[in-house]
Design a protein around this ligand. Sequence first.
Ligand code: SF4
Ligand code: SF4
Length: 137
Amino acid sequence: MRQPDQRLIDLYQELSDLTREICATCSPPFHCCQGESGQVGCWRAGWWAKNVYGIELEVPKLLDAAGNGRRPMISASGLNARARQSLAASYLTSTGCSVAAYMRPVCAMHVCPDRERPPRYQELMAAIALAEAERFR
Ligand code: SF4
Ligand code: SF4
């Protein structure tokens, strides 16, 4: 398995910081990380980490009394039994996702089409596409 270099990790992180800022203003914050869309996103992150980088993501813990930590999944309807079993909890925390951005590329770049994206967003997307292509050359 080929690991990303630090530059690619940093590009994903910067992109994720941009989208997190937007999604934190959603109602509820990080809306897409909750419910079924969140379950799919978390499952996809787990798959990506394991199959692309050989990393098993730690199973998240629940929020503590102060609201820190990771939230449990909200609903598992619509997924088959096997998918439900692998989705005991979400990687969402009170301040955003707890998974490194390069291990959840789709989540890191996702933001609603009706939200204004900062100019840096497209630059980062282009730089990531180039860096990912170079990685597999
Ligand atoms: S992608 Fe859109 S709906 Fe989803 S959390 Fe971000 S701003 Fe909210
Ligand atoms: S951003 Fe994190 S918490 Fe949200 S769906 Fe993706 S992996 Fe799950």
